[in-house]
Design a protein around this ligand. Sequence first.
Ligand SMILES: NC(=O)c1ccc[n+]([C@@H]2O[C@H](COP(=O)([O-])OP(=O)(O)OC[C@H]3O[C@@H](n4cnc5c(N)ncnc54)[C@H](O)[C@@H]3O)[C@@H](O)[C@H]2O)c1
Length: 307
Amino acid sequence: MILITGGNGYIGTEIAKILLKKREDFRIMDNLSGSNPLNLLYLNRIDFFWGDVRNDEDLRLAFKDVEIVIHLAAKLPTTPGLLDKVEEVAKIEEINYSGTLNVLEEARRKDTTLIFASTCNVYGIGENISEESKPNPLNPYAESKLEAEKACIDYVEKYGMDIKILRLASVYGFSPGVRFNLVVNYFVLRGLLGYKLAVFGNGDNWRPFIHVHDAATAFLHLIDNGKRGEIYNVAESNLRIIDVAKTVKKNVNPQIDIELVREIKPEFSYSVDSSKFLKTGYKFRHNFESGILHLVEKLKSLKSQKI
Ligand SMILES: NC(=O)c1ccc[n+]([C@@H]2O[C@H](COP(=O)([O-])OP(=O)(O)OC[C@H]3O[C@@H](n4cnc5c(N)ncnc54)[C@H](O)[C@@H]3O)[C@@H](O)[C@H]2O)c1
């Protein structure tokens, strides 16, 4: 049995969709704080446990008969300004770091394999960064993920646990729990609705990207591939934000404008090298353009559905 913590979210619902198709046994644990409960209805026939990774008793119950854990539950940054709020930062720390410690402890007790969802955001600034480079987390979210990574490595070294860490690029594309507060999906939505795309600075800052289906299969791939205690960058492409906007304009709606908001300087610019992950035998299904076209097709088909 596979347990997906935070499984009702954007990536978790895509993993669930794949596991349902493969008829594999899995359970979702989620406290529904950061995702729409309707996602669960979309994914009917699932074993769902309403619980919080900050609660030991919830974890004890959710881990029943579990052999593999995909640990996605996290508090993601919402609006950048909110990251300055003390309560927001405390919650990020509590869920992403302390919550991961609880998951690690339960995984150790039950002797399960664990795949941990970290982020390429831990790098902050740099080009073509490999896993060997020193991280430079520039916000509380990235810091919490880096601290949680260190705890994972600690558990591998102390207890010999089977843990792998995936530093994931920015995700885009359609899943049963698709979110639109991520740059690519947000641009696609605006494009479809005929609104201009605002790009900060000159838009020459880099970001790594991955389609949500590939993100989901990357987690599943690492269950049986890769080495314990290792960290893997997982990005299909690295693009400048201005090129993201241009690709969306070209493929979604050539009529819309791209506006450069020069007075706002982008916080980060980083591109990553995923060759270590590719050496484990993984192949991406989507490239950036095909992923966008797939999202547009899905959104258009939903638009034509009767309510
Ligand atoms: N989406 C991305 O671009 C991206 C990029 C890099 C890394 N990641 C990482 O991948 C993971 C999944 O991301 P996502 O985009 O699916 O996020 P999401 O916000 O869509 O899903 C996270 C889920 O965790 C649940 N959750 C939050 N706090 C919880 C708690 N205390 N106990 C139990 N469940 C809780 C939420 O309800 C939500 O369903 C996260 O750990 C995230 O940091 C995501």
